[in-house]
Design a binder for this molecule. Structure first.
Ligand SMILES: C=C(O[C@H]1C=CC=C(C(=O)O)[C@@H]1O)C(=O)O
Length: 406
């Protein structure tokens, strides 16, 4: 593994013991070909894991009572459906917790592998990959051309903003270890939602996203954010000193207005809006506005589910107006986004729902890794800068795969 220069958060022995239990469950699920999700919530230490006996294609209400893990694409298709993994086995990662069983029994082979993995496992893990293999990548010149096309359309007034993405596929280096990569991301990005999701027939995704889509906390407070605008962190720059150009301010304001339009659509006025302020996401800074509403007090007991339907895809990954932006993405991008810029996260686990936008992520093939990243374009975008921005976003996770680039 390449060396990283980031501060490591020391784990206590109780933490590392429960992390090892979560990893054992993950390995046993892969070995028995079961869908599995492993994650660490922002600002927490616990690594949580969930295994399902089978996948559902309909999302239940986000407010309960069904518990599980949602994993949804940018746009659902037959090869990238919406998926919900019921919590047939769930481990919260807390030092005093043990794995909890759900409604459906896991097959006995899972428990056989789980017992076996008690001893240190040296056998290589085989993870599921998408049956169609890696998606297409675009060369720098061609990407910059497409950005120029989008900029012209925006200057002509056809739309205000579009988020165009691209991908980069590298061979996996010898000795790559999936769980080590996950553990490294948890140490590198303490404020990100770090996840590793493996679903037979659909693929394996690893990431560290900064973008909350929908949260319903244990007090039934709904939260979402408007995140956009990007600049690299430099040695001298703290979030408080960050200066934003008009282009980024407008780009984020469009996302913020989009969230407000969703509240308006529901005729909900009693929400709290804070920001925008500058936040750190790995090697980057973004602008973020926070929104919240106490669901019962404002008379919207199903606000999480209703807002999810309206928000996704937000203009942080699509654009404004939404329909025109989605059409342009379909025309200009050479790849299928699959689960990149979709959303995912635990539903009603630990009495909370926490859904995040799948950004700063990679998709794993058997011997390849594909990074996905996009950037918000407006009439003022400069194509070369947008290329660099997507490169920086990809580095969030690809830095762990550097040995692959040599
Ligand atoms: C689309 C991505 O980031 C979004 C979130 C924050 C900032 C963004 C931007 O500045 O363009 C994007 O809207 C991505 O990471 O692939």
């Amino acid at each position: 593994m390449p060396q990283t220069n980031t501060t490591h958060i020391p784990l206590t022995s109780a933490d590392s013991l429960s992390e090892e239990t979560a990893f054992r469950i993950f390995r046993a699920a892969l070995a028995s070909n079961l869908p599995v999700a492993l994650w660490r919530l922002p600002g927490t230490k616990e690594v949580q894991v969930l295994v399902s006996a089978q996948v559902q294609q309909n999302l239940p209400p986000m407010e309960g009572p069904q518990r599980g893990f949602a994993f949804c694409p940018f746009q659902a298709t037959s090869s990238t459906p919406n998926t919900f993994l019921p919590a047939d086995l769930y481990f919260s990662g807390k030092a005093d917790a043990s794995p909890e069983k759900g409604e459906t029994e896991l097959p006995s082979c899972f428990w056989a592998y789980f017992e076996k993995t008690d001893e240190k496992q040296d056998a290589e893990l085989l993870w599921p990959s998408h049956p169609a293999g890696p998606v297409k990548s675009i060369a720098r010149d061609a990407f910059e051309q497409t950005v120029a096309t989008a900029v012209k359309a925006m200057q002509a007034g056809c739309l205000e903003k579009v988020v165009l993405s691209r991908t980069k596929t590298l061979p996996l280096f010898n000795g790559f270890d999936l769980l080590t990569a996950f553990a490294q991301l948890t140490r590198l990005y303490p404020t990100a939602f770090v996840s590793l999701v493996a679903i037979p027939g659909l693929g394996t995704w690893l990431g560290a996203t900064p973008e909350l889509l929908v949260q319903i906390d244990r007090h039934r407070v709904f939260r979402t954010v408007a995140l956009a605008g990007t600049q690299p962190i430099t040695d001298k720059l703290t979030p408080a000193d960050a200066i934003w150009r008009q282009k980024e301010i407008e780009e984020q304001a469009l996302v913020q207005r989009y969230v407000v339009s969703c509240f308006r659509h529901l005729r909900l006025r009693e929400y709290v809006e804070m920001g925008p302020r500058t936040i750190i996401a790995g090697n980057l800074l973004h602008l973020r506005t926070d929104f919240s509403a106490a669901m019962d007090e404002v008379g919207f007991p199903k606000l999480g589910t209703q807002m999810l339907e309206l928000l996704h895809p937000t203009s942080a990954v699509g654009g404004m107006p939404k329909a025109a932006a989605l059409q342009m993405i379909g025309q200009l991008e050479v790849h299928d986004r699959r689960y990149y810029s979709g959303f995912m996260g635990p539903v009603q686990l630990g009495q909370e729902t926490n859904l995040f936008v799948n950004l700063r992520c990679v998709e794993l093939g058997q011997d390849t890794v594909t990074a996905y990243a996009g950037a918000g374009m407006t009439a003022d975008s400069v194509p070369a800068k947008e290329w660099v921005e997507t490169e920086l976003k990809m580095q969030t996770v690809l830095r762990l795969f550097q040995a692959s680039e040599s």
